[in-house]
Design a protein around this ligand. Structure first.
Ligand SMILES: Nc1ncnc2c1ncn2[C@@H]1O[C@H](COP(=O)(O)OP(=O)(O)OP(=O)(O)O)[C@@H](O)[C@H]1O
Ligand SMILES: [Mg+2]
Length: 512
């Protein structure tokens, strides 16, 4: 009988007095894709960082191919064939793709040049063999799409001889097409005898691609199941401890016939070498959710960015952009975020780490960010710390943010809990107009239910909402209309009665 390739026996890890992992025991068979699921903060990333040696474990044992191992660090574990792609990529943005693979190897002058050529040839061969396409070896990582960054991370692990590939929420930032490509890659790795550990919040992905799945809850293993013997609803219940509805089933009030137009955009153009907007015209009424759908790079994200800060596009954008303020439409063509905020527009940006949060700050400080001019939080140039803290305590309660400690630094919080804080801040105070991007990226199924209910409540109260999401199901669940972007152009706006996953998918690919 073959040994499990990885086995956890009674593994624990605590931060201070808090047990992030408590007596975890589970085994992963070689040549399988093993899912790891659990609510935000359940301890998934902590467990895998323990295996990869990012931090030491406090108790218990880890076995690799039947042998007890005390992980000394990533280098040690890579030597044993264990590789990890982190939830938040660790590539150096200003270096080229190739240099990110070579990093750590000391060569100078001519040797370096020869070495680079050799590594490049090896990588190209690996890419061809493994069927993981990648060409941009001389492009700086910061200019790569997330899909490419991920393929680069996987190729880097293959190059270093990994047998076990730990992928921490690899699909959270991918488009549906990129997810298909990634799954094809994972299946290829599996048929080559490699083992994959897949962390994801999307239970459909678990049922589609894994062989077995381990469920964590509040730092403990609930169970390990064969995927063929379970289903998404049962898994959700095991994870969260209650039944979870995957679609919104609460009230949906009719849009009033005389509902006012709150956002109006005509003939928007944005010049950009990577993501051009050639033409977008649309409107959103009070009590309505307009979805932005598109495959990455087709203009929907850029349109969202323009709406969130037109002043950053001065000189390279044209068109009309107005929002309702009081009884009249106000020109926002050159507005900055402060002016938009003044016009009661709330924004939850797409990239929470670069555009929304400072990870070294705690929850209070992050909550205060962007709200500096709010009289509730600042008087006579003095920050009203107690008011900020009170608001954070409320947010923690309303959004079930964990841990329930306002002084907790963001970098020590799980990804999904960071996202919940972004949503809470956007809704404080509830704006009249909302631009929300990827509101449930990296968020667990129970919290998605809560965030969706919150968005629908705002809609039913008459707010005008633009929702950018790479999840077509999410858009179809919540939106009144969906704007389809293709090739930098807003092609068409589909109304709710005409929503159909397949047709929308076709249209996103450019079919009429
Ligand atoms: N370095 C740290 N210091 C203190 N607490 C930490 C640290 N890292 C993680 N934690 C805490 O441990 C718990 C588990 O975090 P972990 O990142 O493993 O969750 P997760 O299951 O990966 O969640 P998510 O789905 O949101 O990514 C969380 O409550 C988190 O706040
Ligand atoms: Mg995590």
């Amino acid at each position: 009988m073959s040994h499990p390739i990885v086995e956890f026996r009674e593994v624990s890890k605590s931060f201070g007095t808090f047990f992030a992992n408590k007596n975890l025991s589970f085994a992963i068979d070689p040549g399988t894709i093993h899912g790891l699921i659990g609510e935000n903060g359940a301890g998934k990333s902590t467990a895998m960082k323990g295996l990869f040696g990012v931090h030491s474990i406090d108790g218990g044992q880890i076995f690799i191919r039947g042998k007890a191992v005390v992980p000394q660090g990533p280098k040690h574990m890579m030597g044993l064939g264990v590789g990890m792609v982190h939830q938040h990529f660790m590539l150096a943005g200003s270096e080229t793709a190739l240099d990110n693979v070579i990093v750590g190897e000391e060569h100078v002058g001519l040797f370096q040049k020869i070495r680079r050529g050799k590594v490049l040839a090896e990588l190209q061969a690996l890419s061809a063999q493994s069927g993981i396409p990648f060409q941009a070896w001389n492009t700086r990582v910061q200019d790569l799409s997330v899909g490419d960054q991920q393929r680069l991370e996987i190729l880097k692990l293959l190059y270093r001889g990994s047998d076990v590939f730990i992928l921490d929420e690899p699909t959270a930032v991918l488009t549906p097409q990129e997810i298909n490509d990634l799954f094809a890659t994972l299946k290829r790795l599996k048929s080559a005898g490699k083992t994959v550990v897949l962390i994801t919040h999307k239970l459909k992905e678990i049922t589609e691609v894994t062989d077995a799945v381990t469920v964590l809850r509040r730092g403990e293993v609930v169970t390990t199941l064969r995927t063929s013997e379970t289903n998404a609803s049962a898994l959700a219940k095991t994870m969260v401890g209650r039944a979870v509805s995957f679609t919104y089933s609460g009230p949906r009030t009719d849009v009033a016939p005389d509902a006012k137009v709150c956002v109006e955009v005509k003939n928007l153009r944005v010049d950009d070498p990577f993501d051009r907007v050639k033409s977008a015209s649309f409107f959103v009424k009070s009590g309505e959710i307009l979805g932005f759908a598109g495959v990455a790079g087709n203009g929907q994200s850029q349109t969202f960015k323009y709406l969130s800060n037109p002043s950053a596009f001065r000189g390279r954008s044209s068109g009309d952009y107005k929002t309702l303020e009081g009884a009249a439409l106000k020109d926002q063509t050159h507005a900055d975020p402060e002016q938009l905020r003044h016009s009661k527009i709330g924004i939850a940006p797409e990239d929470r780490h670069h555009e929304a949060l400072v990870l070294d700050f705690n929850m209070n400080e992050n909550f205060f960010l962007g709200q500096q001019s709010d009289a509730r939080y600042q008087k006579y140039g003095m920050i009203q710390k107690s008011s900020v803290r009170e608001a954070v305590v409320r947010a923690i309660h309303e959004f079930d943010i964990r841990p329930k400690a306002p002084e907790h630094p963001l970098k020590k919080m799980s990804g999904g809990n960071q996202q919940k804080l972004v949503m809470a801040r956007t809704l404080d105070p509830a704006p009249e107009i909302l631009y929300i991007a990827q509101p449930t990226r990296g968020v667990d199924v129970g919290s998605i239910e809560r965030i969706h209910a919150e968005i629908m409540k705002l809609r039913n109260e008459g707010k005008a909402i633009i929702l950018l999401s790479s999840e077509l199901e999410e858009l179809m669940d919540l939106c009144d209309r969906i704007a389809v972007f293709f090739d930098g152009t807003l092609m068409d706006t589909v109304h709710r009665p005409d929503f159909d996953l397949w047709t929308l998918g076709q249209r996103l690919g450019g079919s009429q």
